[in-house]
Every structure is written in C-alpha cells, then in structure tokens.
Design a protein around this ligand. Structure first.
Ligand code: BES
Ligand code: ZN
Ligand code: ZN
Length: 507
C-alpha cells in the first residue's frame, strides 16, 4: 500500500472508506463524546449515534462497525474499537489496523482514510501510532497462496492509506510510515520463505533468494558450497546435509554502516537455523505434522529479514548474517546415532539423535561468526519442541550470557510484540552435553529442560567473552490459524525483533 498524510478535513477528503478508531464506550456520556467526534466529520452525528446505539457497538478492542454515511466524500465510516484508552498498547494498534485493513479489502475499497485520534489521547507519539498502524495493515494484507492457479489477476486492495491530521503532526506520521515499511518488508520476506514448500525452497534456493534480496538492498552476499565448507572442516553442516540429495550451504550476508561513522559502528552477527526440511533423519519423526517441518528454516528467514530492515533503515551497525542451510533426511549415507563428527571449531560431537540437527549446523555457523570477534552475536532457531512445551506459541525462549543483550531483546520484543522469555543457561546443563566418547554429545541426559540443554550445547561454540543470545523460536514462528496481523503459516517472528534490538543496541 501507499501511505500518505493529508491535512484536508475528513468529510471533504476523497476516498472509499474512513476508518475511525474509537475508545471503548462505557455509558451514555461516552457515547455522546464518540458521536460528537464522529459527527464532527460525518456531518450527521445524530444518524451515526443512532446506528451505533442500535448496532450495539461499544468500541471493544478489535471490534469493527461499518456505517454508510452520506455526509462524507468517502461514503462509508468503519468505526474501529480500540478498547479502553488506558489499555491501548502498540500491539492493539497493529491488530485493529490489521482487522480494519482486511475489512477494507473485503469491502473492495481502494482508498482508505484514517482519522487520527486527538493529540495526547494515547500513551505514545504519532510516529509510533503510524508505525504500528502501517505495520499492522501491511502484515495483515500480505498475500498467500501464490501457488494457487486460480488466483485473481487484479491488483490487491486496498491500494492507498491516508492519515488525516493537521500539518504539525505530518512529519512524525511520515517518519512512522517509512519505518513501518521497512519493518513490514523484513517480516514479510521471512514469512514468505517459511511458507514456501520444501521442494522449492531447498538450501540452494534459500541461498539464491538471500542473494537476490542482498542485491536489491545493496548488501554483499557470499555462499559457501560443500567444497568450501570442507576446507573449513564444517562437520556439523556437512554431517546434517550428507543424508540429502540437496547439497547444504552457508549463506553469509554483510551490511556495512553507511558513511564515515561506519568504521566505529558496533559489529553484530546474526545466525539463523536454515533447515529447509527436518524429517528427523535416521531418527525419523512421526508422520503426523511432519509437513510443519518445512518451517525449520524460520530462524534463517528471520535473520535475513532483519538484515533487510537494517539496510532499509540505514542503521549505524556493521552486520553479518549467517545462515547454515541443509535438508535433514534419512539415507544410506546419512549421519546415524553414535556417529562422531568433527566440527569447524575442532571439537568432536557424538550424534545421539539425528533429529537434534539444528544445534549441529548452528555450532559451525556460530564458530564462523565468532572469527571476526563481533561485539554481539544473536542466533535464532526453531530449535526444540521442548521450548514449545515450556512456553507455548506466543513466546520465544531466550538464553544468553549477557545482561545487556537480554535487556535489549526483552525491550525490543515488548515493542514489536515478538515476546521473549528469559530461560537459564548454566553449568549444570553444559555438563549434560559433555560426551562419553567425544568432547560433546548432541543430547542432554533426558528430555527434561530440552531447550536449555540445546542452548548449553551451542554455548560450547561461542567465546565466553562475546555477548551472545540464543532465541528458540520453535513456538512462535508458525501460526496454526489466521490472526489479526496475518494469515495461517509463517509469522516472520524474529525479523522485526532482531532489527529493533539492533536499533536499541547501537543507540
Ligand atoms: N526442528 C525441530 C524442533 C521443532 C519442533 C521446531 C517443533 C518447530 C516445532 C528440531 O530439530 C528437533 O527435532 N528437535 C528435537 C530435539 C530432540 C531430539 C533432542 C525435539 O525437539 O524433539
Ligand atoms: Zn530435528
Ligand atoms: Zn530441526
């Protein structure tokens, strides 16, 4: 959508639908305030008041009420409930905007006007309002089903969103729109990769899509092939990949802070799990729900999305994004339980379960990321079912050796509503992954605390002195059904979170 700001009055502005966000109405006095506000634009307050009263609309959060209104050029008002004023958060705006955008689409409207709440009515500024509103709509409207053959050819509606506000508020609103454009694009890039079927999105295809994105955004991109990974002794990535006819690879995207300040800018490495399909390998998964394992590259997609956002916003950071990509399949030559492999760092690992493959490819990628001694390393991975058991679908697990990183990611997640929950990373779990026949083993002693032993395993491949955070996104990376800000499928979880965390870390 194209987003603009107009100073013209709501009743006189050309459009097809006027979205009018309102707070919850508790009594007749509130209703008067609401009808006065909407009546002011509609030039027909009484009729609107009657319709709202009759329709039983009270402005509960996420409720919508469309009313035809002859008094305004747009012809229709969509009253959108924000809920109680004191409870409106950034995510409320994204959700209400997403639902309103979807309703606008079903009403086949092309031009949507948005009446801005009065200055000071909300607990945040206009820039945040526009950022969340635009983000919510863009995420909600993202098309899916590109592989359906009966897709309509017409351009998707709505095409245009216009905030109605006086001139003093325009600059902040425009800045919010621009920022939201970048954040939504990063999220949607990640979602799209997650939704692609695994016969299309092979490791090689993931690499070529990363390269295409990098070119478009002015980033550099290097893809390490099997021969190059062999030179680096990347036994983890090669070991996982050896059971598949699809060759594994390592994607390495770099973004340099613009201008002279670039040399002094902090360096951050993002590492994302890129398993394009996880059958479990020789430790084969059960058939039910195995299709979901096309989403096992959600961490890789998220870090690439974060790079896209960083580039569009020209963030003052030197960023390196590393995605080890492989397909985990059973085969005569596949890695099997009891195999001992040697990792790029030189450490030996006994593979006790070939379904714990994410930590093996990440171990090599974390070692690779650590070679430059970055100021921070963050990895994101759909790593363990145990994390989903512990936290469910609405929180990612966060394990880290650094207080400042934990704080930055918690703050970022609160703002983008990609919430993280801090979990322990301690010696007891590190002991559990010490090997019997080798330095390490890829399983803890039992199933208990599986997300924590996985993180403990990864920590063996990161320098203790490098601030590092591991985000287990196995739960929130996939939505089982449609929701306010998107359809069923990949959520893009992590792209906005990591980009926002970078903003916080470099500010
Ligand atoms: N990709 C899975 C984890 C996963 C589970 C992601 C559910 C998304 C939703 C991972 O590779 C895996 O299979 N982990 C095993 C580890 C176990 C063998 C220690 C698991 O969680 O069962
Ligand atoms: Zn697995
Ligand atoms: Zn996996």
């Amino acid at each position: 959508m194209r987003w603009t700001v107009a100073r013209t009055a709501a009743d006189a502005t050309p459009g097809d639908l006027l979205v009018f966000p309102v707070f919850q109405i508790n009594d007749e006095a509130d209703l008067k305030l609401l009808t006065a506000a909407t009546g002011g634009v509609a030039g027909g307050g009484r009729a609107l008041a009657a319709a709202i009263r009759k329709g039983g609309f009270v402005g509960e959060a996420e409720s919508l009420f469309p009313v035809p209104c002859a008094g305004i050029k747009a012809g229709w008002i969509l009253v959108a409930g924000l809920g109680k004023a004191e409870e409106v958060g950034l995510e409320t705006l994204r959700k209400v905007s997403g639902l309103a955008a979807k309703r606008a689409r079903s009403m086949k409207t092309a031009r949507v006007l948005i009446q801005l709440p009065p200055a000071g009515a909300l607990g945040f500024d206009d820039r945040s309002f526009a950022r969340c509103w635009v983000e919510g709509a863009e995420m909600a409207l993202a098309p899916i089903g590109e592989l359906k053959t009966d897709r309509p050819k017409a351009a998707l509606l709505p095409r245009e969103g216009k905030f109605l506000a006086d001139g003093k508020r325009a600059k902040a609103l425009r800045e919010g729109c621009d920022e939201a454009g970048a954040f939504a694009a990063g999220c949607l890039f990640a979602r799209h990769l997650v939704n692609l079927p695994p016969n299309i999105l092979t490791p090689r295809e993931m690499a070529s899509r990363a390269r295409r994105m990098a070119r478009a955004e002015g980033l550099t991109c290097r893809i390490l092939n099997v021969a190059q990974m062999k030179k680096l002794n990347m036994g983890g990535i090669l070991g996982v990949g050896q059971g598949s006819r699809q060759a594994p690879c390592l994607i390495d995207v770099q973004y340099k802070a613009p201008g002279a300040a670039g040399r002094k800018a902090p360096s951050i490495a993002l590492v994302g799990k890129g398993v394009t399909f996880d059958s479990g390998g020789i430790s084969l998964k059960p058939g039910a729900g195995m299709d979901l394992m096309k989403s096992d590259m959600g961490g890789g997609a998220a870090v690439l999305g974060a790079a896209l956002i960083a580039a569009r916003l020209k963030l003052p950071v030197n960023l390196r994004v590393i995605v080890p990509s492989a397909e985990n399949m059973p085969d005569g030559l596949a890695v099997k339980p009891a195999d001992v492999i040697t990792m790029a760092s030189g450490k030996t690992v006994e593979v006790l379960n070939t379904d714990a493959e994410g930590r093996l490819i990440l171990a090599d990628a974390l070692w690779y990321a650590g070679r430059d001694k970055p100021d921070y390393i963050i990895d994101a991975a759909t790593l363990t079912g145990a994390c989903v058991v512990a936290l469910g679908f609405h929180f990612a697990g966060l394990m880290s050796n650094s207080g400042p990183l934990i704080d930055a990611l918690k703050q970022a997640g609160g703002e983008t509503f990609e919430r993280v929950w801090h979990l322990p990373l301690v010696d007891e779990h590190k002991k559990e992954v010490q090997g019997t026949w080798s330095d390490l083993q890829n399983l803890g002693k039992g199933r208990e605390g599986g997300a924590l032993t996985a993180a403990a395993f990864l920590s063996a491949f990161v320098d203790d002195k490098t601030p590092w955070a591991h985000i287990d996104i196995a739960g929130p990376s996939w939505a089982a059904s449609d929701h306010a800000t998107g359809p069923k499928g990949g959520t893009g979880f992590g792209a906005r979170l990591m980009a926002r965390a970078i903003q916080i870390l470099v500010s």
